[in-house]
Design a protein around this ligand. Sequence first.
Ligand SMILES: NC(=O)c1ccc[n+]([C@@H]2O[C@H](COP(=O)([O-])OP(=O)(O)OC[C@H]3O[C@@H](n4cnc5c(N)ncnc54)[C@H](OP(=O)(O)O)[C@@H]3O)[C@@H](O)[C@H]2O)c1
Length: 246
Amino acid sequence: MTTGIGFSSQHVLIVGGSSGMGFALAAKLLGMDAKVTIVGRSSEKLTAAQQQLASSDRLHAVIADVTREQEVARLFSSAEKFAHIVTTAADITDVYRLLPDLNVDTARRVLDSKIIGPLLLAKHGSPRLEVGGSITFTSGIAAYRPAARGSVVAAVNGALESLVYALAVELAPIRVNAVSPGWVDTPIWETVAGDRKIDVLNAMASRLPVGRIGRPSDIADAIAGIMQNGFITGAVVHVDGGQRLV
Ligand SMILES: NC(=O)c1ccc[n+]([C@@H]2O[C@H](COP(=O)([O-])OP(=O)(O)OC[C@H]3O[C@@H](n4cnc5c(N)ncnc54)[C@H](OP(=O)(O)O)[C@@H]3O)[C@@H](O)[C@H]2O)c1
């Protein structure tokens, strides 16, 4: 039964756990005695994350692409049960384009990583969840504050939230939720803004009610809270420093 304050002996699967918010969540949960499996495509990133997390014997890393059904099925092929499943994975490389320059294969990669991946995790992972377990996806502020060049990301985040509502009904009593981050300082910004990362984030920080950009730990704290609160399902929890208001 997955209730209580800590995560002692609970096994949490984090797709995207080698970087950014997923990594912060892995660090937090390991500090709360959970057993954590982090998943990503790059063995280098996973190894670096393991080293940074001091290679706890409660930490495991698995290489898998969440967009590939066989690889997702393999994550759940043993009899091992999970208390919670989380994905923060997104492949948004080169997708911020005005429509004339938009490459449809690039758009499909975003869709695959943020919609098909969560669907596959729910399909293959839900039978492996303990009683009281949960699934948490990661949408994002782009669904609420769209910008030119951001149409694909906006659409995908919005669709993911609709998927949350549907799966919360279909998979009940498994709880299904999403966290919707505002702008958070993670490696994804090297892809989005390159050399302009610091300037872009600082400009947003000055506009936000909280006066700063998000930290990966802000999102990790929210996901941990969603996992522990047995009355939250079909919810989108906004952790955006008030960005929807400005
Ligand atoms: N950072 C922000 O400001 C912000 C704002 C709003 C929403 N978000 C959303 O928040 C989530 C987390 O973002 P982040 O900033 O933490 O990103 P990040 O630092 O780039 O981390 C993304 C993680 O996902 C993994 N990943 C990507 N594609 C994958 C795939 N197909 N299969 C398995 N793993 C995959 C990456 O590892 P590999 O590359 O090795 O696979 C990496 O571990 C994303 O969904 C993003 O869209 C972020």
